[in-house]
Design a protein around this ligand. Structure first.
Ligand SMILES: NC(=O)c1ccc[n+]([C@@H]2O[C@H](COP(=O)([O-])OP(=O)(O)OC[C@H]3O[C@@H](n4cnc5c(N)ncnc54)[C@H](OP(=O)(O)O)[C@@H]3O)[C@@H](O)[C@H]2O)c1
Length: 310
């Protein structure tokens, strides 16, 4: 049994400088949990926001190990877990911190990893793909042949939104800055708009659905792009109620819920060649401050990933 491990720790709220490498006790899987040897872990904007103290909740207590998304290998199985075996490659989502050599993941948020992907690629799936799926399909009810605008199409969520919307046979318009235009085209978008050169409200009208992953000023252009009676799904703030009424659109916002079923579906899609994965940048845990700085900059290409152990 592993006794101690290396893990990133946040002992006080602040910028990238508060993320430190520490030796801590290895967690022990309890009922319904699996101990995973972490091979790769994805860095989401939620991670820097949490470390910065932007999410206040009684459930967040210092010090903590950050990281939600994980890809790794089953090391130990807790009581009452069926369907997983020691040595199996898995992907999952945990509140116990994935920026460490080991983490525990509830079996209900764990799935077999795609056979046709590296651990780094697989780690991009849990939050990114689940958020895109729930945004486009569960909340946006996107149908084949409909037109969808993805705001922030180059991001860790946006990249999956473009690919999943194309998989659904929708017509996809993506927005990105100049340096990410070619990337979004390569993801499969039918049209890409460089928001630094063109006002979105001048270029896009009457789409069935907008999926806004950017927020702030972007929300106003999202409202204008939706057709009357259409839907705006946002994961980054809400537009003004007055504008929503004026344009006669539906607005939905949600918090992602990752499940085994959803993760298994994505693994299958990857193995079937229906979904491709993209790692934006790779860091070791020792370079966490640089990774957090990049993430906080908000202009990444795909998902930032920590490679953890061999
Ligand atoms: N509610 C939820 O459950 C949930 C789940 C996941 C994420 N989120 C939130 O959703 C947001 C996006 O997450 P993410 O993981 O995709 O972030 P990310 O990987 O950092 O990507 C953000 C993307 O936004 C693009 N961008 C920035 N300004 C833009 C603009 N004005 N117009 C168009 N694109 C712009 C950037 O590309 P360019 O360089 O091309 O600008 C970048 O690729 C974050 O705020 C995150 O916290 C919420």
């Amino acid at each position: 049994m592993v006794q101690v491990m290396r893990a990133l720790r946040v002992s006080r709220f602040g910028g990238p400088e508060v993320i430190k490498m520490r030796q801590i006790e290895c967690p022990v899987p309890q009922v319904g949990e699996v101990l995973v040897r972490v091979r790769a872990a994805a860095l989401n904007p939620a991670d820097w926001k949490l470390s910065a103290g932007l999410f206040q909740s009684p459930m967040i207590t210092l010090p903590f190990t950050p990281g939600f998304d994980v890809a790794g290998v089953v090391e130990e199985i807790g009581p009452n877990v069926t369907g997983f075996q020691r040595g199996q490659a898995v992907i999952g989502w945990t509140r116990r911190g994935s920026f460490a050599e080991y983490t525990v993941v509830p079996a209900g948020v764990l799935a077999v990893a795609p056979a046709n992907a590296s651990f780094g690629e697989a780690a991009t799936i849990p939050t990114g793909a689940s958020t895109a799926w729930q945004g486009l399909f569960d909340n946006g009810n996107l149908q084949a042949g409909q037109r969808v605008l993805v705001q922030g199409a180059a991001g860790g969520v946006g990249q999956f939104a473009v690919r999943l919307a194309k998989w659904k046979d929708a017509y996809v318009i993506g927005t990105a800055s100049t340096s990410n235009v070619e990337l979004v085209r390569a993801l499969g978008a039918d049209e890409v708009i460089d928001y630094t050169a063109t006002r979105i409200e001048d270029a896009v009208h009457d789409v069935d659905l907008v999926f806004d992953t950017v927020g702030d000023a972007t929300l106003a252009s999202s409202v204008q792009a939706v057709k009357r009676g259409g839907t705006l799904v946002t994961i980054a703030g809400m537009p003004s109620e007055e504008k929503v009424q004026e344009h006669g659109i539906n607005v939905k916002s949600f918090g992602v819920v990752v499940t085994s079923d959803l993760l298994q579906n994505f693994s299958q899609m990857v193995d079937d060649g229906a979904l491709r994965l993209l790692v934006g940048a790779t860091f070791h845990l020792e370079d966490a401050s640089r990774a957090y700085e990049l993430c906080q900059g908000g202009h990444g290409r795909g998902r930032i990933v920590f490679t953890v152990s061999k």
